[in-house]
Design a protein around this ligand. Structure first.
Ligand code: SAM
Ligand code: SF4
Length: 463
């Protein structure tokens, strides 16, 4: 079957660029600063380059691009696991069907509501809903009920304003039902784009069909879901192959639907209970290579958001944020019901271990110390700025005029409702600094006015 992804051509591209010089690599990096992205060949040249000076230059360019497009803001979200029943047997995942030692749990709507109340009480406004794949327990009817419960749950001043989902792929008909629930982004990771490795890692269950998963985003787009998030589980196959494959996937979506992926997720395999590959990944990615791949992706697809989860340690997270990450999870639990019960009490029902167990408030303080402004903004999707409309604003740099003020408004709202004295002090400084970055005087004045309105109790202000 013909497909947009051909492993042979990826491998021969790497062969072709073997003799590329440092001068060529430098030229590619300089060109990337024009924010036009990279071709597969240019990406391959940077991926195979081992020269430390070129790598340094790549990091510097990634930092510049990140600041230019995303400024100092970092969007924050919390994952919500609603079921760990799964018909698949992915060898890296604690939820796999043959893990008989795992305590299975599907949350009832009441339990979902209880989890959402805890998440809202921490100050989160965005949730990423996550579920195992099981047609009996985790079908579209269940998802519809779960999503409407989450949106309807309001705790104090808290509410969930954007819900993204990471659930098994479905038919166009069911994707249309999913779209109607009001989700933000539909996320699905190919795990590995390498067909041979995919086959060895996924056998039995619907996920064993590589091609069906590869075209899931086409079906989602066909159903009208225009914000889709792709990803790779790093550690299964050579990271250079996977990065190039991600780029081909992004280019294919852009070609077919006029818009590339809204986000790219870059999880690395973490240890998981009774999951053989999680404890011994076939192609582990070192911290150094992880930083390199984040930076190269930033150059290759400058307008695509990049998501980092609490799978990574606080140290690594702090290091790669500046290289191009635009969204991070915080205060996460990977067990259904995990917000109610601490992970330590229920290790045998979690999906994988987390390396960053800081609370949301701690993360907010740490990133503020690094000079970043946390954002709980959900404006684009609520104002219909999705898919191609979003990219048409993002490409000429126009999205920035909304993002920066919105990040400050949502940060201030968080500080008033959920911050402590230390966070408020830090936040005040960041907000002041960032206000000065708003170059349009009218927009700046309007932001100052709205920041004041928040102090008098008005909420949910955005541009
Ligand atoms: N079940 C659906 C699926 O597999 O697409 C959606 C939810 S699944 C829980 C979400 C993601 O978790 C998977 O796509 C995979 O990349 C990631 N994951 C699984 N095991 C992991 C591990 N040991 N370490 C890090 N991430 C893992
Ligand atoms: Fe199931 Fe997803 Fe885990 Fe695979 S990664 S076992 S499909 S929950």
């Amino acid at each position: 079957m013909s497909t947009f992804l051909n492993s042979e051509s990826i491998l021969s591209l790497f062969n072709k660029v073997k003799t590329a010089t440092n001068t060529e690599a430098e030229k590619i990096i300089d060109n990337a600063l024009k924010l036009k992205g990279l071709s597969p060949e240019e990406t391959a040249i940077l991926l195979q380059c081992k020269d430390p000076e070129i790598l340094n230059k790549t990091f510097k360019a990634a930092k510049i691009i990140k600041e230019e497009i995303y400024g100092k803001r970092l969007v924050i979200f919390a994952p919500l696991y609603i079921t760990n029943y799964c018909a698949n047997n992915c060898l890296y995942c604690g939820f796999r069907t043959e893990n008989n030692g795992l305590k299975r749990k599907r949350l009832s709507l009441k339990e979902i509501e209880a989890e959402v109340r805890i998440i809202e009480d921490e100050g989160q406004k965005r949730i990423l809903l996550v579920a195992g794949e099981d047609s009996e327990t985790s079908n579209i009817d269940f998802l519809e009920g779960a999503i409407s419960t989450i949106y309807a749950t309001k705790q104090g001043r808290g509410e969930i304003r954007r819900l993204n989902v990471n659930v098994a792929p479905m038919t166009v008909k069911n994707f249309k039902r999913l779209k109607k629930t009001g989700i933000g982004t539909y996320q699905l990771f190919q795990e590995t784009y390498h067909p041979g490795e995919y086959k060895q890692t996924h056998f039995g269950g619907p996920k064993s069909n590589y091609q069906d998963r590869l075209y899931a985003m086409h079906r989602a787009q066909e159903a009208g879901i225009d914000d889709v998030g792709i990803g790779v589980l790093f550690g299964l196959a050579d990271y250079r192959f996977e990065v190039l494959a991600l780029l081909y996937h992004a280019l294919e979506l852009e070609k077919q639907f006029g818009v590339g992926p809204h986000t790219i997720s870059i999880p690395r395999i973490e240890p998981a209970f009774n999951a053989p590959l999680a404890n011994q990944p076939p192609a582990p990615v070192s911290d150094a290579d992880f930083k390199k791949l984040v930076a190269i992706l930033r150059l290759a697809v400058p307008y695509t958001g990049m998501i980092l989860s609490t799978r990574e340690s606080a140290k690594i997270r702090n290091e790669v944020i500046g290289l191009g990450i635009s969204q991070i999870s915080a205060g996460s639990r990977t067990t259904p019901g995990g917000y109610k019960y601490s992970e330590q009490e229920h290790p045998e029902s979690e999906q994988f271990s987390l390396h960053d167990s800081r609370s949301l408030l701690e993360v907010i303080k740490d990133i503020s110390h690094l000079g970043y402004s946390p954002s709980f903004c959900t404006a684009c999707y609520r104002l219909g700025r999705t898919g191609k409309d979003f990219m048409d604003l993002a490409r000429p740099g126009l999205i920035h005029k909304h993002c920066l003020p919105n990040s400050l408004l949502t940060f201030k709202e968080y500080l008033i409702d959920y911050g402590d004295a230390e966070a408020r002090e830090l936040g005040k400084k960041i907000i002041q600094e960032q206000l000065n970055e708003i170059d349009n005087p009218q927009r700046k004045a309007a932001t100052v006015k709205r920041l004041k309105e928040l102090e008098t109790g008005t909420r949910d202000l955005y541009f």
